[in-house]
Ligand binder design. Structure first.
Ligand SMILES: Cc1ncc(COP(=O)(O)O)c(C=O)c1O
Length: 390
């Protein structure tokens, strides 16, 4: 059996350090906004190239608070992608604003940034790009449009901590970046958790206040806030894991190269592409870097016209897989009131019908990747090569 993501293996490799960190929190008894939350905020802020970070209850809350902190509210419009997890539009709805979609780029799965400008109206307040599966959206265009029209930019980095755009960490390019520490994310805790990073002192101060009932001083409440604080226990766990993040991200890239090399031999599967200055590529090794986007492969997602058959075969072979996401957001029941219909965003709809994510985690071995690829090839009838058992 090959899992989609192996959290037990990750815990096993770090269990002594994580257990010690958890016991220290229990003994210290500083459970709310304690020293680990403060230290993690500093560590992540530095890693993301921002002066400020605020630990919150989840990635969804980070998005919600970023929009609220930037003053996005009822009647406003926020331009985003329909091909993302629902949390992206939930956050927009939570502040009373309306999501306005653009279609996506069929090769990177991210927003088709060339469509953003045509969707701007007098009500537009912000752009919310999502760095899907760990690859940065084209931030040159997003920032150019935002600056020319005076719009805020909130980056949804839930899947992309450590990814960069032209060498700049995602989250540090717009007005705020939102991270998720959901367990299966590239840096995940043992429950829910999230963080907002920002270069803007005003956004930091506002969100820091909003996350704890809207006040800076205990029992003095300046604005209507909420209770959304990253938990001290989760922060302690994340600080242990964070030390390994650069190595894990490199291992994810190497796993992607192995998939790319094996799938390109006689493939009927479309492999994920990285955007470079000279076009889209499917790299098989770290190359001299002309890539504006440095992808961290939260997911390794292929495209196929035969998804149902492949899934049946993968199930049979006990190979983990997932469809992220089967229904684009403009066709979800929750967004019926927006008035979109089938055909409104044909590329997002086509990708939703064809995408398939394969096992991807830092510890995945070459032998496991070979098994996944062999299972895929068997299912579409090409001869799986005989391999020596590792
Ligand atoms: C693209 C995207 N945005 C937002 C979120 C929300 O994060 P969380 O689950 O921590 O609330 C997720 C994660 O599930 C996500 O994948």
């Amino acid at each position: 059996m090959i899992p989609l993501c192996d959290l037990k293996l990750q815990y096993a490799s770090l269990s002594d350090d994580i257990n010690e960190a958890m016991l220290n929190v229990a003994a210290e008894a500083r459970y709310i906004l304690g020293p680990n939350v403060r230290a993690l905020e500093q560590e992540i802020a530095e890693y993301c190239g921002c002066p400020h970070a605020v630990g919150v209850g989840s990635g969804t809350d980070a998005l919600h608070l970023a929009l609220k902190g930037l003053g996005v509210g009822p009647g406003d419009e926020v331009i985003t992608t329909p091909f993302t997890f629902v949390a992206t539009t939930e956050a927009i709805g939570m502040v009373g604003a309306t999501p306005i979609f653009v279609d996506i780029d069929p090769l990177t799965f991210n927003m088709d940034v060339s469509q953003i400008e045509s969707r701007i109206t007098p009500k537009t307040k912000a752009i919310l790009p999502v760095h899907l599966y760990g690859q940065s959206c084209n931030m040159d265009v997003v920032m150019d449009v935002a600056q020319r029209h005076g719009l805020a930019v909130v980056e949804d980095c839930a899947q992309a901590i450590g990814a960069t755009w032209r060498g700049r960490p995602v989250g540090s390019i717009g007005d705020a970046g939102c991270l998720s520490f959901f367990p299966s994310k590239n840096l995940g805790c043992f429950g829910d958790g999230g963080m907002l990073v920002t270069n803007r002192a005003d956004v930091y101060e506002r969100v820091e206040m909003l996350r704890r009932h809207g006040g800076r001083v205990k029992y003095h409440h300046e604005v209507l806030g909420l209770n959304s604080r990253l938990d001290e226990l989760q922060a302690a766990i994340l600080r242990v894991k964070f030390r390994h993040l650069p190595q894990w991200l490199q291992s994810r890239r190497e796993a992607a190269y192995t998939y790319n090399a094996l799938l390109s031999e006689g493939g009927q599967i479309e492999m994920p592409q990285e955007l470079t200055d000279s076009g889209y590529v499917t790299p098989q090794e770290d190359t001299a870097d002309d890539s504006p986007a440095h992808c961290v492969y939260h997911q390794y997602t292929v495209q196929t016209d035969h998804r149902d058959e492949l899934i049946a075969h993968l199930k049979n072979k006990e190979v983990g897989h997932a469809v992220y996401y089967p229904i684009p957001l403009h066709l979800q029941e929750v967004h019926q009131d927006l008035g979109y219909e089938k055909g409104s965003f044909p590329i997002a709809e086509r990708i939703a019908d064809r995408c398939l994510s394969l096992p991807m985690f830092p510890e995945i071995t070459r032998a496991q990747i070979e098994c996944v690829v062999d299972a895929l090839k068997e299912s579409y009838g090409s001869e799986a090569p005989q391999r020596a058992v590792a």
